[in-house]
Ligand binder design. Structure first.
Ligand code: HAM
Length: 420
């Protein structure tokens, strides 16, 4: 009976997992270095957690089900809401600002295509308890630093949902209609937008895209509209700090983001070569979500990388993700040497720990000739041969598979050679 994996999910083979692990470790190292701490939340949650503020786009794509107790649950489609729930319930008294990150699978019932899956992975960051331009700038800088560390070429785009919603409010477009305008903008369906509004100021605003000078244009365009104008000043401040930090970006006033909880800055990162699904990171400020889950008013900003897309972009751009790992095989020759082989392998693992060198023991009892064939087929660099003679003399025979040479030395000397 052959059973396929469900549509929109993937299996990852050992080489794929090894690449993904290296990328994940590199990103987490950067997050650690900025003082962010890892958290973990459940894979399934009460559906209402995401229904309140995630936006129609995500709501329609959620995997919702009743458990045996009749509870309405869902597989998490994202993690910002979960982290805010956790903060409201358990972390609200921590010293602020609180810097958190997470990684893991998310689930959205999407039409699968390249870069879009039903089970996909994110690495995300939430900075809670800090308002103002410096906090926003830190989140953006952190996303950029991760991508710089990976060696990826990318484009950063900044916008502000506060400007958009502010202007829509001034135009008396509110509630569900406002959300609809935002959703259409997010999905790039500008033609349909005209059915909801033909306001010239709005249409001009969403056409502004370019360098920092676009902020000045928006300032002029929105003269007389107090709320959106204040938001332009805020975006200008963030852009000024990022510019001073040497971060390159484009300003795009049409960025709307599908999630409804954003309240200020919104940003997206795109890369070449991924086709339609080229957005590898999205985030922004959301100042009302913690309060919505019963916590104190807590300003917050964050972002999430689409981890699968980051890995695909690295491959697409030909970026090498780490050194080739070395493997050593410890092979007993004859039953008498089996115990000694395990002892030698254990010693080598302890001596080589942290070096990335892997020590496998030969466990099938096959002839040495076959072990050497396996070693060369699987790319192992060295074989440590231990027979009765080595056992009696407390030595090992270290065979270099590439040079095709071997020498009989003590186990400590073998460890030193392998570390060279
Ligand atoms: P999001 O834009 O919905 O934001 O997702 C973040 C990233 O996840 C996207 O930029 C994309 O790279 C990736 N992604 C989304 N859906 C899929 C999919 N079906 N297949 C593959 N990759 C996908 C959020 O989820 C927010 N929680 C981000 C955030 C954190 N905002 C503030 N804090």
């Amino acid at each position: 009976m052959k059973i396929e994996n469900p549509k929109g999910t993937r299996d990852f083979t050992p080489p794929e997992m090894s690449q993904r692990k290296r990328v994940e470790d590199a990103v987490k190292k950067v997050l650690d270095s900025f003082g962010y701490e890892e958290v973990s939340t459940p894979i399934f949650e009460y559906a209402e957690l995401f229904e309140v503020k995630s936006g129609s786009d995500i709501k329609e794509r959620m995997y919702v089900f009743d458990d045996k107790g009749g509870r309405k649950l869902c597989l998490r489609p994202e993690l910002t809401a979960s982290v805010c729930r956790m903060y409201a319930n358990e972390l609200k008294n921590s010293p602020k600002p609180l810097r958190l990150y997470y990684s893991g699978p998310m689930f959205r019932y999407e039409e699968p295509q390249r870069g879009r899956y039903r089970e996909f992975y994110q690495i995300g960051v939430e900075l809670l308890g800090a308002c103002g331009a410096m906090a926003d700038a830190e989140a953006v800088c952190l996303a950029c630093e991760c991508l710089e560390t990976l060696g990826l070429k990318y484009r950063l785009e900044l916008g502000s949902i506060k400007i958009l919603r502010g202007l829509l409010g001034e135009l008396d477009i509110s509630g569900a209609k406002q959300d609809k305008v935002i959703a259409l903008l997010d999905e790039g369906r500008r033609d349909e937008l005209k059915e909801l509004t033909d306001d010239e100021t709005l249409l001009t605003l969403i056409g502004l895209k370019g360098g920092v000078e676009e902020i000045e244009k928006a300032r002029k365009l929105l003269e007389g509209f107090d709320e959106p104008l204040k938001a332009v000043e805020e975006l200008g401040e963030i852009a000024g700090i990022l510019d001073g930090a040497g971060v390159s970006f484009t300003v795009d006033f049409s960025i709307a983001r599908g999630l409804e909880y954003y309240t200020g800055l919104v940003f997206e990162v795109r890369v070449e070569g991924l086709g339609a699904q080229n957005q590898i990171c999205g985030g922004g400020r959301y100042d009302n979500l913690v309060e919505l889950f019963g916590g104190p008013a807590t300003p917050a900003v964050g972002f999430a990388f689409g981890f699968d897309r980051v890995c695909e972009a690295l491959k697409e751009q030909g970026v090498k993700t780490g050194e080739v790992e070395e493997t050593v095989i410890v092979a007993p020759v004859g039953e008498d040497a089996c115990g000694y082989a395990l002892q030698a392998a254990g010693f080598l693992r302890r001596e080589l720990s942290g070096s990335g060198i892997k020590v496998k023991t030969e466990i099938t009892g096959r002839k040495l000739k076959k072990v050497l064939e396996y070693a060369s087929d699987s790319g192992a660099g060295f074989v440590v041969i231990v027979g009765g003679k080595e056992k009696d003399e407390n030595t090992v025979t270290l065979r270099d598979m590439k040079a095709k040479t071997q020498e009989t030395i003590s186990v400590s000397e073998a460890a030193e050679r392998l570390l060279d």
